[in-house]
Design a protein around this ligand. Structure first.
Ligand SMILES: Nc1ncnc2c1ncn2[C@@H]1O[C@H](COP(=O)(O)OP(=O)(O)OP(=O)(O)O)[C@@H](O)[C@H]1O
Length: 608
């Protein structure tokens, strides 16, 4: 137990008024029991203190927090702290994140920010700080987010040439002069509400033959949730969600003139929207979730629409500490709260390296949210089908095998959960991502039974659906096996499950592969991008055989997922007698050698 750190915190709390009680008792374990306190691995030091919304009032007493010399994260936001910038903080050289927003701090900032060389996130917004912005902030080489908005900073903006900086908000101060060159990459909204030289608010100058940067290529202003939530009440979730809806819907509508960010501030809108708060919801985190954010951080995040799926819209949300998460906003949930929670618990408790972990969920009468890690590489669908040139690197055979193997492991694990009853229900390439080892990692499980199908499945979903699934809620483990088979065919052919040809014809991948295989074997079925890799034909044919077995028309003819996994993993051992490695595979295989195997596939798989 870090007894000196504990005493420092007690000295801090005992010398300050706070309206909400802290359960800090010198006799109990600070590392395990104290609210808002996190220790390091061996519990020898306190490394994070998060005290948002505890109703603290007054100045930070000196020589208290200063003694927490191992502190990395300090959050005192959404309280009533007043007085100058706490001098104690200058002793905290290990700080990485500092959240002092939504307090009543005043006066100038210390000029020397170099003492916090590890700082990555600084949020001092919504206080009454004044004076100039210290130029020494530019020495913080790890800085990713700087929010000084809604204060009274004056003078010119210093040249903050920090390449790591991703989020900047200096809006609503009294700043003058020009935006320095190093900061022109940030949107105008980062500087609005100041007295800056007029160029700042005019549109960026574009050379005559260059198109302006596409809106979608970076976080578009209408989609930005520039939401500052006062207080700590979780009930404010609906406000934020309303703003999400409002701002994301705007994307689809004809563009209205931009409102300055100032007007989006929730501080001002709270009163008018508060009638719709029902306060019945809460963000529920799953155990072992080490993401350092809470509901307020989430709601304040900048958000970008990733796409609309059959269950709702998914947003990429960039939190102030640099973490990025994916937030899925569900529509048409057809079950009650209890059933929803039980299903979320089942899904959230699935822990496997090939299953995307549900980090948190939120349920209220009007909104249901799910929070996942954000996968920056994009989905397998994007990796496979994005147009060449659009950030796409062709997926080589090794990558496709890793995707298939990972996905098979993930689904097999899902099928073993809940007494062997859990179903994924929505297996498709846009729901598979790459884990840190670049193996497939399946996401979006367990939703099919919760959502009312309001429209026939869109083309990209329909192609994965087993023939017996006429109602999207009637999915089964056997239908997951079918969808996995479609995924294998997609990886092999490079073609989407249902796709249009140049003309009006719509091709159904399963039927197409079947017909090619049945008529006469040709290597045409394989993605042309795979043909340049040597010695992979046998594996491709084996994967084709597995895929075709999975897409058997009758559910009872399909193998169990655990058997499919075995087949996928054996695919290499059978062919080489060696562990998987391109170097060890030397034997030649010619297209002619494929013919008997293809014939075998055609005769054994249950065709449509
Ligand atoms: N955690 C995530 N990280 C990165 N991208 C994601 C994440 N979750 C979803 N996406 C992407 O966001 C987009 C929308 O996803 P969403 O799951 O809402 O729809 P979908 O996969 O197209 O269809 P469905 O709702 O049937 O699963 C997809 O392109 C998906 O790949």
């Amino acid at each position: 137990e870090p007894s000196e750190d504990k005493q420092a915190l007690l000295d801090f709390a005992n010398n300050m008024y706070h309206s909400r009680p802290l359960n800090w008792d010198v006799r109990t374990s600070a590392c395990n029991l104290w609210t808002g306190v996190t220790c390091n691995h061996d519990k020898s030091r306190i490394i994070a203190v998060r005290l948002p919304g505890f109703g603290f009032r007054g100045s930070v007493p000196s020589n208290t927090l200063a003694r927490l010399s191992a502190l990395q994260i300090l959050s005192l936001r959404s309280n009533g702290f007043s007085g100058p910038f706490p001098s104690d903080l200058s002793k905290l050289g290990n700080l990485t994140s500092l959240y002092l927003q939504l307090n009543k701090f005043q006066g100038p900032l210390p000029q020397n920010f170099s003492v916090w060389e590890n700082l990555s996130v600084i949020n001092l917004s919504d206080n009454a700080f004044n004076g100039s912005i210290p130029a020494s902030i530019s020495n913080l080489t790890h800085l990713t987010a700087l929010n000084l908005s809604n204060n009274s900073f004056s003078g010119e903006i210093p040249d903050l040439n920090v390449p790591s900086l991703q989020l900047l908000d200096l809006s609503n101060n009294n700043l003058t002069g020009n935006v320095p060159q190093s900061l022109t990459r940030f949107p105008n909204s980062a500087f609005s509400g100041n007295q800056l030289a007029p160029e700042v608010s005019s549109p960026p100058v574009v050379p005559p033959n260059e198109k302006p940067e596409k809106k979608s290529s970076r976080i578009s202003e209408p989609a930005v949730l520039g939401i500052i939530i006062g207080g700590s009440s979780l009930g404010f979730v609906l406000i934020a969600v309303l703003l999400i809806i409002c701002y994301s819907n705007k994307e689809a509508q004809p563009k209205a003139p931009k409102k300055p960010k100032k007007e989006v501030s929730l501080k001002r809108e709270k009163k008018t929207i508060s009638a719709s708060q029902d306060g019945d919801g809460r963000l529920v985190f799953f155990e072992n979730c080490n993401l350092a954010f809470d509901l307020e951080d989430l709601l304040r995040a900048s958000a970008e629409v990733l796409g609309k799926g059959s269950f709702g819209t998914t947003y990429k949300a960039a939190l102030e500490d640099g973490t990025t998460v994916a937030v899925k906003r569900l529509k048409e949930v057809s079950v009650g709260k209890r059933e929803f929670e039980l299903q979320m618990e089942a899904v959230g408790n699935v822990r496997h390296e090939n299953v995307a972990q549900l980090r948190a969920y939120y349920y209220s009468k009007d909104e249901k949210l799910m929070v996942y890690d954000y996968y920056a590489q994009g989905s397998v669908s994007a990796l496979l089908h994005a147009k060449m040139g659009e950030k796409r690197i062709p997926l080589d055979w090794e990558s496709r095998v890793r995707i298939a193997t990972g996905a098979a492991r993930g689904i097999t694990h899902i099928h073993s959960e809940c007494g062997g009853k859990l179903v994924h229900g929505n297996m498709k390439a846009s729901n598979i991502f790459l884990n840190s080892q670049q193996y497939g990692c399946v996401s979006d499980l367990g939703l099919a039974t919760l959502i009312t199908p309001i429209a026939p499945p869109v083309m990209r979903t329909a192609g994965y659906r087993a023939p017996e699934v006429t109602d999207s809620r009637k999915v089964s483990q056997a239908s997951d096996v079918y969808s996995f088979g479609v995924l294998l065919l997609e990886l092999l052919t490079g073609k989407s499950p249902i796709h249009a040809t140049g003309g009006d014809e719509v091709i159904h991948l399963v039927r197409w592969v079947n017909s090619v295989v049945r008529e006469e074997w040709t290597a045409e079925v394989f993605d042309v991008e795979l043909l340049r890799f040597p010695n992979i034909e046998e594996e491709m044919v084996e994967m084709l055989r597995i895929g075709m077995t999975c897409v058997a028309r009758m559910p009872e003819q399909r193998p169990k997922m655990s058997d499919v996994l075995k087949m996928v993993e054996d695919m290499r051992r059978v062919n080489t007698g060696n562990p998987p490695s391109t170097e060890t595979r030397t034997e030649e295989s010619t297209p002619a050698a494929l013919t008997p195997i293809a014939a075998d596939i055609a005769s054994t798989s249950g065709q449509q």
